[in-house]
Write a protein that binds this ligand. Structure first.
Ligand code: ADP
Length: 482
């Protein structure tokens, strides 16, 4: 299958979250299955700087109201062909890819990601200047949501798959953007791209795509409910026959404790000795007391309400009083950041906090911690809980979305069956998390059970192969039906 994979972020070129990891790993896995996948993304300054070489594939002018732009052809580090939209006016600027340096959304985001959506639609349509024609266009999140709408109104276009990585982000803009982005007026309708009087990129994608997927089976169910549907549950319920949940995989060559260059010492499920050296290194690096026995809880996360970082901060003093250590890496909400820093000041040697984004440290935390914390209020899939299982660091997770689909709670029965890999709690309150963390800390002291949990997690297959096969089946069924 020829597949155009469209994403606003692709690791390692640019990453703000799990979408970038998926956008690197899934195309690569699909190519291993024999699909001809090409990735399309915006030419942010960071991306153009990171590209080693490229050639100009096409030049575009007079596309609706968009500035002139070029399409560069290049290649991702693992050999996947890459197309980059070179439109300096929209993409080359200092600051983040969605927000300026102060954390404010760029005021022209509708135009920026309208262009990304439009280019994908052109490449998947009948008027593409590029020779290579996709049989399916695979869109990801709101930044590509208008692609299915543009394609729906362009007869002869390839079918589209729309994947939701997080329904909380919808790309909602004022109604005048409908004409500015040259969408047909008839698309601005509750049965279309309109969301309570505004233009919703994500809703457009969910409405017009031929098939919708999301990143775990449980999340696919949850988004059809009022609690987690963010106002789109009705549409998603109507589309339930063409809505599939496929659990993300992880890049198991990058996230492999046997070969991870960020670790002090390598280790495997069979030879675990190196894990202790990583704990020592992490404690030293972060200014924690070096103590092999104390249970060390780790967290790597965006600091947001979604991720439950607030309740981690709330229970931290009690955890420390029970004799534990805590290491936190992340950034986001200003109050959470300052609360975390205050906690570190109040508990020197017991709590360490690093505000920022640090890929290497995130690997060391996965390896050096004993227990990983991921109490998300909702979680479409989540990657860190999979990384932590692979690194022999049993996770504590809230029973939601991809977390329940990827972690098996420890009890006697699951241990006997060789399935237990972590700790799952239902009650999303500080008390609920604390009881679960205490249960984990007690279990940690039972070395035999702990080794079994570590072994089970490390032996689990979190690779992309199975998931890529499921995406391939969806592509094939869509191209059969046109
Ligand atoms: P989300 O995409 O919702 O942020 P995921 O768990 O799906 O959450 O993916 C987050 C990804 O970003 C993981 O690869 C995680 O390790 C990484 N990450 C998040 N925050 C940081 C940080 N501060 N430093 C390094 N990596 C981070």
């Amino acid at each position: 299958m020829r597949v155009l994979f469209v994403s606003s972020e692709v690791a390692p070129l640019i990453k703000t979250g799990g979408l970038a990891d998926v956008s690197a790993a899934l195309p690569s896995a699909l190519r291993r299955l024999g699909d001809d996948v090409r990735v399309l993304m915006p030419g942010y300054s960071q991306v153009l700087r990171a590209l080693e070489s490229f050639k100009v594939e096409a030049f575009f002018s007079g596309v609706d109201e968009f500035p002139n732009f070029r399409l560069f052809a290049s290649v991702l580090p693992d050999g996947v062909p890459l197309w980059v939209i070179d439109c300096p006016e929209l993409f080359q600027r200092d600051g983040g890819i969605y927000q300026d340096g102060k954390g404010k959304d760029w005021p022209d985001n509708a135009l920026r990601f309208g262009l990304l959506s439009k280019v994908a639609a052109i490449l998947g349509g009948t008027e593409s200047p590029v020779e290579w024609k996709p049989e399916v266009v695979h869109c990801n999140d709101w930044q590509t949501g208008l692609t299915p709408a543009y394609m729906h109104f362009s007869p002869g276009s390839a079918p589209c798959v729309m994947t939701v990585h997080n329904l909380a982000f919808q790309g909602v803009f004022p109604p005048q953007m409908v004409s500015e982005l040259a969408l047909p007026a008839e698309s601005f309708h509750p049965h279309g791209a309109e969301f309570y009087g505004n233009l919703s990129f994500l809703k457009a994608g969910l409405y017009y795509a031929n098939h919708v997927t999301t990143v775990s089976p449980t999340y696919a169910e949850e988004i059809q409910t009022e609690a987690l549907g963010f106002g789109l549950q009705g549409l998603l319920k109507n589309r339930s026959k063409s809505l599939t949940g496929i659990l993300n995989g992880i890049d198991d060559s990058e996230w492999n404790p046997a070969s991870d260059p960020a670790l002090t010492q390598a280790y495997t499920a069979q030879k675990m000795a190196g894990k202790a050296a990583n704990k020592r290194a992490l404690q030293k690096h972060m200014g924690l007391q070096v103590d092999a026995e104390v249970p060390l809880f780790g967290l790597v996360s965006r600091f947001t309400h979604q991720k439950g970082v607030d309740i981690v901060l709330e229970i931290a003093p009690q955890l420390i009083a029970d004799h534990a250590q805590l290491v936190l890496l992340g950034s986001g909400d200003a109050t959470m950041q300052s609360d975390a820093m205050e906690l570190a000041r109040n508990f020197p040697g017991q709590v360490a906090v690093m505000i920022g984004f640090d890929e290497g440290l995130s690997h060391l935390i996965e390896a050096g911690s004993d227990i990983f914390l991921m109490p998300s209020r909702f979680e479409p899939c989540g990657l860190n809980q999979m990384y932590s299982q692979r690194y022999g660091t049993p996770p504590i997770v809230h029973a939601t979305g991809g977390l329940v689909d990827s972690v098996v709670d420890y009890n006697e029965a699951t241990l006997d069956k060789g399935e237990a890999t972590g700790f799952v709690f239902d009650d999303m309150t500080p008390q609920g998390l604390l009881s679960c963390a205490q249960r984990a800390a007690t279990t940690y002291r039972d070395k035999k059970v702990w080794s079994a949990l570590q072994f089970n997690g490390m032996s689990k297959d979190f690779g992309w192969q199975k998931s890529a096969e499921k995406y391939h089946e969806i592509y094939a069924s869509l191209s059969d039906s046109v």
